[in-house]
Design a binder for this molecule. Sequence first.
Ligand code: GLY
Length: 374
Amino acid sequence: MNQKAWQAEAWEKIVKKVEKTSERIQDRFPHASVAGVYQLEPASWWTAGFWPGLLWLIYRDTKDDRLRSYAQSCESQLDQVILDYERLDHDIGFMWTLTSVARYKLLGEASAKRKGLLAANLLSARFNNKGNYIRAWNPWSPGEDNSGLAIIDCMMNLPLLFWATQESCDPRYKHIAEAHANMVLQHFIRPDGSVNHIVRFDPSTGEQLEVIGGQGYAPNSAWSRGTAWALYGLTLAYQYMKDDQYLDAAKRVAHFFIANLPDDYVPHWDFRLPEQIANPRDSSAAACAASGLLLLSRMVSVEEQALYRNSAEKIIYSLYKHYGTWDLEAEEGLLLHGTSHFPEQRNVDVPLIYGDYYFAEAIAQLNGHTELFW
Ligand code: GLY
């Protein structure tokens, strides 16, 4: 089969499976698929944007109004989350980019733009201007002080702020995103292209206090999905800002990611583990990185493009052939073998909705849809 044929075939299979799965999931919020069935989360969970985002990707192609109405209903349910201060976190970016911003980019509706801008205001309000970071979370339990925590994942929340500046002609959002991205270059991206997951700052002075392992094995290991968040987020920051520092850092992270892939091009959950630690794959890291590599291949000089494009295609083809659930009628997820949180043993070796989203986005990019919701 030639290259274009498998890409078209993969898209058809994604559409067929999501059309079917949507009959059960409808306008709810899946996260991890356990024994073939997507487990549902409340609208406030950080993954709430990915299912509607996936529905929008398919709607863009098929114009299936049933999927559009589910995506819009998911977005409406996020309205209650705006007022739920304790449970809001920096993933406002993931949540409203794939709902309101996606609807605005596809349908141009004013209400979608207003919600996207409101979400951008809430995300901006999390900025700590002593440490130049966007605070990750609110307390998980009463009395917990995590006001000094920033995490690499936030690079994927920044596009909401870049978009808000574009739409409002107000540079404040972009200033905050830029300050956070510059902080990431200094405190998160290591010289070898691997990245820290969590950094704790003194929220009063901005001084860096410690690096925390988070969802990776250890503070100095290399959590693969965190590496993917950095790769894609830095590339998007470059796309919006055209600052070469972001492009150079994105390439460094990409080289680390590509160089550390195993034979089937789908990473383990951490690139740097002692031998005795279990090492399941994380297909979601592969899917996110591959979609980011496709964007990166369009940002670099002609001579550099093949490295990133070919690496992305190898990853996506391997996901399609060896991780796809096309022959598993009863499985709702699109990709097997994602790892959500290995240190806490939550959702290990299962399909994950963000893996599904980025896989579909990557296939859509290969099929010529280069415009992104981010
Ligand atoms: N942003 C949380 C995660 O990647 O699991």
